[in-house]
Design a protein around this ligand. Structure first.
Ligand code: ZN
Length: 184
């Protein structure tokens, strides 16, 4: 087990489309070891999700640990379907784009069909903030970063440093457990 170095924006691997894994690759010892490293890395960086390209592995694998009181999801070869196109906006952050926050709008409800760590077909429907987390992670498998999706907000600033985000853009009222920003 090891904490891996995270690729930062500018590193070519972050812009490559990944390759899918076969069921025997998914259940291999090598992949198990990689998963251990991904969880160690995610924990060390205090993120809520991590995609394999972020640790220089160009394969269709992401882990999502949100909500953090639930078991993390391990997602291989995912396919995403939009169930509700209504856009919702959140401030996003990314371990590969450190020290920044950007406001991104994404569909509010999606279904993800994927293989789990035993290579069994699974499906999950997520909405609200978790839908944004999954879409952000799966974007990494297609070489897309959240900064590609930032749109100008009228009268606002859609991209800022974390310090200025906390100072000027963090909502005063935090609704329950729903975070207003994320790092993954
Ligand atoms: Zn990210």
């Amino acid at each position: 087990m090891a904490i891996r170095k995270i690729a930062r924006i500018g590193t070519p691997v972050l812009r490559k489309k990944v390759r899918e894994l076969s069921p025997s690759e998914i259940t291999s010892e090598e992949t198990k070891k990689l998963l251990h490293d991904m969880f160690d890395t995610l924990e060390d960086y205090e993120g809520i999700g991590l995609a394999a390209p972020q640790i220089y592995e160009s394969i269709a694998l992401a882990i999502i640990h949100y909500p953090q009181n639930e078991d993390p999801k391990i997602v291989f070869n995912p396919k995403i379907s939009v169930l509700d196109e209504t856009l919702q906006g959140f401030w996003e952050g990314c371990l590969s784009v450190p020290e920044l926050r950007g406001f991104v709008e994404r569909p509010r409800k999606v279904r993800i069909d994927y293989l789990d760590e035993t290579a069994r077909a699974k499906s999950i429907v997520v909405e609200g903030f978790p839908a944004t987390v999954f879409q952000h992670e799966l974007d990494h498998l297609f070489g897309v970063l959240y900064i590609d999706r930032i749109k100008n907000v009228p009268g606002g600033t859609p991209l800022c440093f974390t310090e200025e985000y906390a100072r000027y853009h963090l909502p005063e009222e935090k609704g329950g457990e729903t975070p207003e920003s994320m790092d993954d």
